[in-house]
Structures are given as structure tokens and as C-alpha cells.
Design a protein around this ligand. Sequence first.
Ligand code: GAL
Length: 318
Amino acid sequence: QSLQRWNQVGENLNKFLTEMGYEVDLQYADNEVQQQVSQIENMITKGAKVLIIAPVDGSALSAVLAEAHDAGIKVIAHDRFITETENVDCVGTFDNNKVGALQGQYIADALDLEHADGPFNLEIVAGSLDDDNASYFLGGAMEILQPYIDSGKLVVRSGQTTREQCATDAWQTDVAQARMDNILTAYYTAEKLDAVLCSNDSTALGAESALKSAGYGSGDLPFPVITGQDCDTANVKAIIAGEQSMSVFKDTRALAKQVASMAQAFMNGEEPEYNDTTTYNNGAKVVPAYALEPIVVTKDNYQEKLVDSGYYTEAELK
Ligand code: GAL
């Protein structure tokens, strides 16, 4: 619950499943793997028919999900992937490679990398190593940006470009801020930063704090192009204020509706609807999926995508 997104996920799932007439046991694991494992064990003991899990660490659930499988319980991964086990029946998510591609393309367009001479300075703030999604976000963005790094048009002065080097433990804002502070101090005293690829909003918030402390956004030092994901209210406000360039919108209502329909199918002894049964190899099997489309949100369309759609009220973005 330390990150806004997961509170919305829980609230929406609870709402839709309750409306469908199901008894819902909603638990939050506070980013603690062992807490999540014991919560799942408890749910199995209490006779759950379907488990919907947004894993803290997708690779840490193999043992407990073997118990779930033996108890005939269907397991749905919600948003994040459950890996290294066959005992996950399907996943409801967004096209996470597309999320990264939208972020990478946004930077390429904003700097006009196709035509401008450059070079431009780029830094990368990636997600948590225990979150399989983070590899899809970074991978999707680097498919677009790596050629410009190879050609020298994009320069990563810190030299940090791998998932491990750029990781942000548990996606924590203060971890992202501390790393960006260090990078700015070490590599950008004589040079300015032109773009920061942030894989989500909680990390973008940390990068923005570090950039402000270094003087960006005041005087003649404009903010670099900064990407994000989740359209958290703090970051939409930053987009409106011109501090963040874009966020990728993944409507938690839409995914909750899709996952609730997956649970309903299993409860009726049927197979859910999938739109991707080939991409998501979790290390033990290809997990059938329903992946929703992510949407770029900027200053130009946040009103339509977030307010007119009822996701936020005007007041929430003040
Ligand atoms: C990811 C999720 C993202 C991002 C991150 C932080 O798994 O898909 O939306 O917010 O977690 O929790």
C-alpha cells in the first residue's frame, strides 16, 4: 500500500467481485514476501476457490502455489507475473513491453533523435529486481533507445544501463532519489541531463526531487524529458506543472474488471478469455494472458483520459 497503484487495484477488485456476489478476502502484503506467502497459506486453509495475486516477488511463490494447486484452487496473477512455477493458471496484465516502448518512443520523439545531431545525455531509473514487469518495461524502452546509445547520439554518462545497475528496490521513491542525487553529483556538474527514462511514477517522483535539488526547473536549466507510468496523482500534478513529461496510464478499473471476469469464469468451471497465449513464458510454462493496452498521458490529454473518464476528480489533481 506504500504505492498508490496497489490500493486502487485492491479497491477495484474488491468492488467488482463483491458486486458479482463473491465473498472477497482482500489482504495487502506491505512489500513483504513472507507476509504474502502466509496470507496465501491462510486463504488456502480458509477454503478459497480462486486466488488473485499481485506478487511482491513473482519467483517466491512456487511452494505455496503447489499447495493451492493440490487443493484444486485456480490462481490468477494480477498485473505482475508469477514465475518459475506451473501452478499459475493465467495472468491479467497490461502489455508491459508496450509500456516501455511508449516511454522510449516518447523520449525519441521529444529529443527528435531521428533528425537532431545530439549528443543528448540520458539516465535510466528502472524498477525493482523482484518484479518481472520491470524487465519488460526496460526492455521495451531500450529496443527503441539502444540504437541511439550505440550510435553515440544518446550518452549515458554514468555508464549505468543494465537492469541491475538501474534497479530501484521495491520501486521506492527515496531509493530513486538517492541514486539520482549521486549520478547528478558525479557526472552532471559540467554537463546537463536531457532525458531520464523512469519506468514508473514512484521512481520518477524521486528523480524529480533530485533534479530540483540540482537546480533543474529553475533559471535557465529546464527539466529533462522525464517518463513515468501509473498516472499517480502526484505525478499528474507534476505533468501539469511541467516537471514530468508523460506517464503511461494503466486503468486499474479496466484490469480489475478483466481479472474479475477471469475469476468468474473459473468459478463457473469455465476457461477465461485470453488475448495472448504465446508471449508470457514464466520460466516453467507459457502462461495464458489477457493484456490490456497502455495509454500515453501528457499535459495535452490528461483531462480527457483521467478526469472525463472519471478516474480522478479535478479536485484530486489540484
Ligand atoms: C509494477 C506495475 C507498475 C508499477 C510498479 C510499482 O509491477 O506494473 O504499474 O507501478 O509495479 O508498483
